[in-house]
Design a protein around this ligand. Sequence first.
Ligand code: AVI
Length: 313
Amino acid sequence: MSFEFLDFPSARDDLLNDVLAGLAARPKSIPPKYFYDEPGCRLFDAICEQPEYALTRTERALMASHLPGIAAALGKIECIIEPGAGDCGKARALLEALHPAQLVVMDIAGSALATAAEPLARDYPGLAVTALGMDFVRDLEAASAHLKPGRRLVYYPGSSIGNFSPDEAIALLTRFRHLAGPAGQLLIGFDLKKDPEQLHRAYNDAAGITAAFNLNLLARLNRELGAEFDPARFRHYAFYNPVAGRIEMHLVSLAEQTVKVANQRFHFDLGETLHTENSYKFHRDEFNAIAGEAGWSRVNEWEQGGFAVQLFG
Ligand code: AVI
């Protein structure tokens, strides 16, 4: 069995700096990567089980029904790289079909990643598994030191690319291009534009799990930075913005209030928003253009139930 886990320096200082900068900005905002502390990861898993949030189930079904065609289009791959791999569940399906020599998974939640990745090394003898506890948006290039020779596939499922602005997405996909190398490929899943009411329901589930996920960010800041947010004085507010083509998630202040974070005071007006996430939805060709800007050329695509997976080389 071959398994290695490397944890990159703690992102705690980034959290503090990003939160202070985000609270000083207008409108106030906090990057969505900070949703994923341990309770946040559990809440995100629960979101994926909600009847209104079909994205994860639909992608799983698409991958299951098209796997033979996807594997044939990919050809021989030596190394699969999955940034933001979470519980590594999505990589498993690809391992069955592609039999690579190496799997490199990265996630900001390092210890959860290590726990999820280690069994893969046991279950697939001959597979070298490398788990990198890192904020890949910050440290992606550090992964290249851990890649074995051979043809590489960057696998970025789950519509995570939708959590970046189009300019940020182009920048990130360009970095994926360099990491994959000249013969490398990119297999990427994203949510398609659809009925705004359906999108609205997906981010406003009846059980209130998405609301709890959004509000957990404030609880995290209280826990990790000694901030003094009262989550009861903020409301989860998510809606589809059809002009921008994105779901916007906000935490809206239910009162005029001042909140202390790391000895600094931040004033919120009644109704003022703290913008916590964008989740872009795409037309297939719109996404193809974004990937094209990053130096990728579309090789193939699959679509099912309002979700698309595209393969680029
Ligand atoms: C991880 N990401 C693709 C999810 C999304 O749909 O944008 C995160 C999420 N936010 C609220 N619900 C799910």
